[in-house]
Design a protein around this ligand. Structure first.
Ligand code: XIL
Length: 302
């Protein structure tokens, strides 16, 4: 197949990208998006600060535009993200525990109900674990006031709100086998054993020279899959250029395809022009929407 989306579909997978609503009016941007990709993730438009800037006042417009764009073209949508310490409006952090609990559950319920039946998978909780060797939870209003149980509660609330959506836990620096991914692994194993609803684990997969594609990437994907959850590569970008970058992208693609339950790959942007890595060139299309060697490597690997 001649496009990323079509080639992935032949392998029973999707190939997606993060999308920003304010670029949808740019012809080259939407042209590349619509030609190549079969799934979209709103880059910022479904975060708490965008959707509920003040308590119980919801602003869905920008995210609605992305969902409508995707729906009209038969693309899937990944919802990103319901409960996260970042891009969280300050009013949330100011609430006492009982209020915070009801605000969290209300946010999940309102947002998931708004797009009920339209979102293939939600990142229910994002980045709840610390970096480094401790395997501990990250400090956040949710962790600090509600304790470890906030993640379980968020997933149970999410399942009730939209039973058709796959519910994912998403994080970074969990791409290889390490203390942080071990902690996520233990949580997912516990959830599966106790019947807490979880369907998927998202590996963000932001790579650079300091944090390259781990040699045990496939093994890590496989061990999560063996717990009975799908794995999705959710925010892939790899700093660099030329053949080195292409090889890394190829390795990521091959690792996912080698695991039956690795159901799709999302790159974190259409073009280097708008990457969140402001000075970097971590994506598949350059700033002029030309296909890079990394693009060809992914298409060959698919
Ligand atoms: C980033 C966006 O790409 C930026 O535009 C924004 O300023 C900050 O957030 N992990 C995540 C994503 O889960 O939501 C982040 O996206 C990148 C890191």
């Amino acid at each position: 197949a001649g496009t990323l989306g079509d080639a992935a579909a032949e392998k029973g997978r999707y190939f997606g990208t993060a999308v920003a609503a304010h670029h949808l009016g740019e012809a080259d941007y939407t042209g590349t998006l619509d030609t190549e990709f079969s799934s979209v993730t709103p880059e910022n438009e479904m975060k708490w600060d965008a959707l509920e800037p003040s308590r119980n006042t919801f602003t869905y417009g920008n995210a609605d535009r992305i969902v409508a764009h995707a729906e009209a073209r038969g693309m899937q949508v990944r919802g990103h993200t319901l409960v996260w310490h970042s891009q969280l409006p300050s009013w949330v952090g100011s609430l006492p525990a009982a209020d915070l609990r009801s605000a969290m559950n209300n946010h999940i319920t309102q947002v998931m109900t708004h797009w009920k039946g339209k979102i293939a998978a939600w990142d229910v909780v994002n980045e709840a674990f610390q970096d480094g060797g401790s395997g501990a939870r990250r400090s956040s209003p949710f962790q600090d006031k509600l304790g470890d149980g906030f993640i379980e509660e968020a997933f149970r609330t999410a399942r009730a709100a939209d039973p058709a959506a796959k519910l994912c836990y998403n994080d970074y620096n969990t791409d290889g086998v390490n203390a942080k991914s071990n902690a996520v692994y233990a949580m997912v194993k516990d959830f599966k054993q106790r019947g807490v609803p979880i369907d998927c684990v998202g590996l963000q997969s932001h790579f650079n020279a300091q944090s390259p594609v781990p040699s045990d990437y496939q093994a890590n994907i496989q061990r999560f899959a063996d717990l009975g959850v799908d794995v999705q590569i959710t925010e892939l970008d790899i700093e660099g250029s030329g053949s080195a970058q292409a090889t890394s992208y190829s390795n990521v693609t091959k690792a996912c395809l080698a695991v039956t339950r690795c159901t799709g790959i999302t790159v974190w942007g259409v073009t280097d022009k708008y990457s969140w890595r402001s000075s970097g060139t971590p994506l598949l299309f350059d700033g002029s929407y030309q296909k890079k060697p990394a693009y060809a490597a992914v298409l060959t690997a698919l």
